[in-house]
Design a protein around this ligand. Structure first.
Ligand code: ADP
Length: 843
């Protein structure tokens, strides 16, 4: 049947090799495309083309295995269907592929192949007329005469008979009915063959039937077979809508653009089981009424959706999450205070205050089980065990543990999720965490709440407030979930390095527990009780193979680490274990200066014998493994000139010692400050100079020429070395005064003294914070005497007894007392030069 001179398809068509379905003119079929040639066709032709013509492609059935597409081009089927690509959907999951929705237009035969790569392009000859779809059925001359007329009539009758056996209330059937009446008769074989249940082989026969007679005959036999089948079925079973679906649903079939109804049916057919399973899970998830209603609504929507619709997987994922969430699943708390105390003590050394508070919490919990979870916030330097205590608490309670790191989170949807309208939307970390632990009463550790960010995407702190506030969190609504989830049973523990940067509203809801740094002795204990055994185990070593004596541990702590916590100590122990592991594995020994092995010649011993166990790490072995000491007790060395004093600073990483240096030169009374100082520090410097000038006479301070005003004809430079770190805070006041007093008097500050305190213009010393961390830092640095504000005396009680015994702790109420204690033999002019012993209090 020649196309005549009606509407023509392009004579050169790119060909889509279809491995799975047969496209017939008049039907719309969805093709999944993932073989290289077809992918190229989509990306280089369909997606780049701008004209309507470029959306017309040929679909050629390819019966060969799709895996062989990259090899030579298979022999193509001789007839194909030209079609318009009406929709292209790309996806990367599970592998890159496209889904094409193609509506068949007419048959063509391949005249010659023009190219095979990157996609197949062929010269084609059109075989069907295109006009038949464009004129309404009534205006057309339909096939009526002779054998063809009879055939078409019989075919129509058979189709009507089939319809009569089906239930008209089923939408597919109703559509079939409408099409039957509205379409011209000559299109019926193609349309009906694509609608009724036929195999690909049968469809191929219809495609190959180029003449109308042949096509009618082929399609008629299929139609009759269908009717016979249905008759048989009806005899055995009462007709039900299911039967209609079964008769009409065609795999990957459809009729005319936009009429994809039987695709829907197919999705339902294939997915019916899955959806039923999901529905069962929804009923079994024991969720609250509101959530249950939402799920039922979504389920209803899901059932109506074709599987290929992008929204299908979104809804599916949503429902999957809803059924997985632990709405009413919880673990039973084991509340045995005695056992808890043992467990906490076994897991962690020291930390008495923290442990006491935790036991209090557990005790109250034992008495009143419905207690709402408090929000505890552990504040302290890194590596002091905040996270690991959190984990221990979960273990003590027998609860699940989940850590949520908040450092750098600056988008509130991280906490509260994205609304489902966004592409790639997902729940926030809280809901995700609940899904992971699968119970609704876990211990959630919110790590680093002090490092929350803020951005245009909303304030995560505000979202966190909703999570933490006991008044609100029983109905926490994640944007993705869009129904309330009860978080009131969750025990939240937050950790932070400092409270300064925690948003005040958040801080207000939390109970802050300070976890200060450790003393040298505590570190040694922690190392021997926990870190070394842990590291040995992690490296597959035993105490019989490696022994680290206490002296060595002390050496590591003082010469190789300078930290408030024990993290770097743990790493150093790890490094020793690794080095020893190599030796043990090789059968060689670490070059130790062990007395027992000293007699035997080193070379022989190294090459032959396995190492003598245990390998003892002494100072020589330590140097060998960790290299030269990283830190020295440097304080005394630097205090050899007038104009240097040691202050104590507090940072989120623990206490630190801080040098203050001053020098003077001829000038006009200018003050230069360097060392990355903040505004408060600069003010302290001005304050110090003013006070010294005002009291120059009393203290016999002079300028360079010996005059009574220290600033006259003199420029002063004050510097705070130690890294390019911004330093601020009022607590360096006394140090600056001491440093300048030393400069102006030409006397050396005592080399073993460090100090902290804020000053006033009248020379009073005001209290400052972080005393424990500061004193520990001074002790670490080898300082012998620490000068503190008198009003900080109460803080000294927190210090371990051995530190108090080691250090000379001087409390000063005014600068007079500070200067007196900072210089050997007191400071000239101070009121108490001769009554010095009264001021020093050795606590
Ligand atoms: P943080 O969360 O405070 O930064 P971590 O909890 O990560 O610190 O602790 C670092 C390491 O130090 C962990 O291996 C932990 O077990 C150990 N650790 C810290 N403090 C103690 C302690 N008091 N007793 C035993 N181990 C400790």
């Amino acid at each position: 049947m020649a196309p005549g001179d009606g509407i023509q398809i392009p004579s050169r068509l790119p060909l889509l090799l279809s491995h799975e379905g047969v496209l017939l003119p008049g039907s719309t079929v969805r093709f999944s495309v993932d073989s290289p040639r077809n992918m190229h066709l989509v990306s280089q032709r369909l997606l780049r083309g701008t004209s309507l013509k470029s959306t017309i492609i040929g679909v050629i059935p390819n019966t060969r295995d799709p895996e062989h597409d990259t090899d030579d081009l298979p022999t193509l089927h001789k007839i194909g269907t030209a079609g318009i690509a009406v929709q292209v959907v790309g996806s990367n999951w599970p592998k890159p592929h496209y889904t094409l929705l193609i509506t068949g237009l007419c048959r063509f035969s391949v005249s010659s192949l023009l190219k095979e790569r990157p996609f197949v392009l062929a010269e084609v000859e059109q075989l069907d007329k295109l006009e038949q779809y464009m004129t309404p059925a009534t205006e057309r001359t339909t096939v009526q005469d002779g054998e063809l007329g009879e055939l078409s009539h019989t075919f129509y009758q058979a189709a009507v008979q089939l319809l009569g056996m089906l239930d008209m209330s089923v939408p597919v059937v109703a559509k079939f009915r409408r099409l039957l009446d509205s379409l011209p008769r000559e299109t019926l074989p193609d349309v009906v063959a694509s609608m009724i249940r036929t195999s690909n082989k049968e469809k191929l026969q219809v495609l190959d039937a180029v003449t109308l007679e042949e096509r009618f005959k082929k399609a008629l036999s299929m139609l009759t077979k269908q009717i016979e089948g249905l008759k048989l079925l009806q005899k055995t079973r009462k007709s039900s809508p299911e039967n209609e679906k079964r008769v009409l649903s065609v795999r990957k079939g459809g009729v005319l653009p936009g009429r994809q109804f039987n695709l829907e049916e197919e999705a339902e057919d294939e997915d019916g089981d899955d959806t039923a399973v999901l529905e069962k899970k929804v009923h079994g998830a024991k969720m609250p009424e509101a959530a249950f209603k939402v799920c039922l609504k979504e389920l209803k929507r899901l059932k109506k959706m074709p599987q290929s619709m992008p929204e299908f997987s979104l809804t599916r994922n949503y429902l999957d999450l809803m059924v997985e969430l632990p709405w009413s699943k919880s673990t039973k708390d084991c509340l045995d205070i005695q056992a808890a105390r043992t467990l906490l003590d076994n897991d962690h050394y020291a930390m008495d205050k923290l442990k006491r508070r935790m036991l209090e919490y557990l005790a109250v919990r034992q008495l009143k089980t419905s207690l709402k979870g408090p929000i505890l916030c552990f504040v302290g330097p890194p590596g002091v065990g905040k996270t690991s205590v959190g984990r221990s608490i979960a273990r003590t309670l027998g609860r699940e543990f989940h850590r949520i790191s908040l450092g750098g989170v600056c988008d509130q949807s991280d906490i509260r999720g994205h609304r489902r309208t966004y592409v790639g939307s997902m729940p926030g970390r809280i809901i995700n965490g609940l899904k992971t632990v699968a119970v609704n009463n876990p211990v959630f550790l919110l790590d680093e709440v002090d490092k929350l960010g803020k951005s245009l995407q909303g304030d995560p702190a505000a979202a966190l407030l909703e999570v933490l506030d006991p008044e609100q969190n029983h109905s926490f609504t994640d944007h993705y979930l869009n129904v309330a989830f009860d978080l009131s049973q969750v025990l939240f523990i937050a950790t932070a390095n400092t409270t300064a940067t925690i948003p005040p509203a958040l801080l207000d809801r939390m109970e802050v527990l300070q976890v200060p740094g450790y003393t040298q002795e505590e570190k040694v204990e922690i190392a021997h009780r926990h870190l070394i055994p842990n590291q040995l185990e992690q490296h597959g070593l035993t105490p019989q193979q490696l022994h680290i004596p206490q002296d060595t541990t002390q050496n590591i702590i003082s010469s190789y680490t300078r930290e408030a916590g024990v993290r770097s100590l743990e790493r150093k122990v790890g490094a020793i274990c690794r080095a020893v592991a190599v030796k043990v594995a090789e059968g060689h020994r670490v070059p130790v200066t062990d007395a027992s092995t000293a007699e035997c010649p080193t070379q022989q011993r190294d090459q032959a014998a396995p190492p003598e166990m245990p390998i003892v790490i002494d100072s020589v072995a330590l140097k060998d493994i960790l290299g030269l000491p990283l830190f020295e007790m440097e304080v005394s060395e630097r205090l050899t000139l007038p104009g240097v004093a040691v202050g104590l600073a507090w940072t989120p990483l623990g206490g630190e010692i801080l040098f203050v240096e001053a020098s003077r030169m001829e000038g006009e009374g200018n003050l230069t400050l360097t060392g990355q100082l903040g505004a408060v520090m600069k003010e302290s410097a001005h304050l110090a100079i003013s006070w010294l000038r005002a009291n120059a006479k009393t203290y016999q301070l002079t300028n360079m020429a010996g005059g009574p005003d220290p600033l006259e004809g003199t420029d002063i430079h004050l510097h705070f070395p130690a890294g390019a770190v911004t330093k601020d805070g009022p607590s360096a006041g006394v140090t600056i005064v001491t440093c300048l007093a030393s400069l102006f008097s030409g006397r050396l500050v005592r080399s073993d003294v460090a100090m902290t305190g804020e000053i006033t213009l009248r020379g009073l010393v005001l209290p400052v914070g972080g005393i424990k961390d500061k004193v520990l830092a001074a002790h670490r640095a080898g300082v012998k005497c620490v000068i503190l504000p008198q009003r900080n005396k109460k803080d000294l009680e927190e210090l371990p007894a051995n530190i108090r015994a080691d250090l000379d702790l001087v409390t000063a109420a005014n600068l007079d007392e500070v200067l007196n204690a900072a210089f050997d033999g007191g400071f000239p002019g101070t009121a108490s030069t001769h009554t010095q012993p009264q001021l020093t209090s050795k606590l």
